[in-house]
Design a protein. Sequence first.
Length: 277
Amino acid sequence: MTKMKTTRRSLLVAGAAALAMPAVLSTPAFAVTPAEIKAKGKIVVGIQGDNPPWGFVNSAGKQEGLDADIATLFAKELGVQVEFVPLEVNNRIPALTTGRVDVLFATMAMLPERAKAVQFSKPYVANTIVLIGPKKDKITTNEDMGRYTIGVAKGAAQDTQVTKNAPANTTIRRYDGDAPSIQALVSGQVQALGGNIFYMQRIEQGRPGEFENKLEFQNLYNGACTRLGEKEINAAINSFIDKIKANGELQKVYDKWMKVPVHKFPESLEGITFTAS
C-alpha cells in the first residue's frame, strides 16, 4: 500500500513537472540589458517611419525626426550603433513584445492601458490630441463633430479620443497610420481629422490656409518603451533622459524639430509607473 502511494505521488510530481516544462521553454529569451546591447554593438529601435516631425524616412532613405535624434543620443550614451525599424502605429507594441526591436522611441503616448503591455520610461516630450477642421466652419463643441466625416490613425490616441467624444452618429474613418490619415484630409476623403498639434505643419503643405486646430481633447506625454520587467534598460533610459534634460541636449532637439521650449514634465502619471519592477 505504501509503495503504491509513493508511486502515485511520483507520477503526480512528474506530471506536474511535465506540465510546467512548456511554460519554462516558452519564456522569451530576448530580455535586453545595456551590457547585452553593448556586447552586440548596436541597439535596435522601433520608430515611426511616416510621422514627421517625430519619426520619418527622408528622400535619401535616412531615418530622421525628434525620436530618431533622441534614440541616436541614447545609442551614443551606450557607445553603440543604432538600427532603426520603421513601424506603423498598430505594430509598435507587438514589435517590442515579440523581440523584433530592443526599445521603442516611437511617439508612444503614455496611456494606462498601454502600460499593461509595455514599460514606459520617464516622459521626454509632450503633445496635445486635437480635432482639425476647416477654418471657415464653426466647430466649438463635441456635438459639432457629428456633422463631419472624421479621419484618424487606427489605434492611436486620437482614435480613442475622437471615438470617445464624437456623437454616436459620427462617421469615423480609420487609416493605417498618421500619414494616410493626413492624406485623407488633404485629398478630401474626410472633412476633419483627429490628430495632434504638429499635424498642421504637413496639412499646410498640401492645403495651405484651409484648416486649423478646432478642439483639444487630451494633453499627453511620450516616453520610451521597453518590455515589462526589464529593469536595467529601463533604468538606463531614465538616467539618460534626466541627463539630456539637465545638459540642454533635449532642448537642442526640441529647437530643431518642435520650435518650442521643453515642457515641464510631471513626476508621475495616474496608472503608469516610470520604473520597472
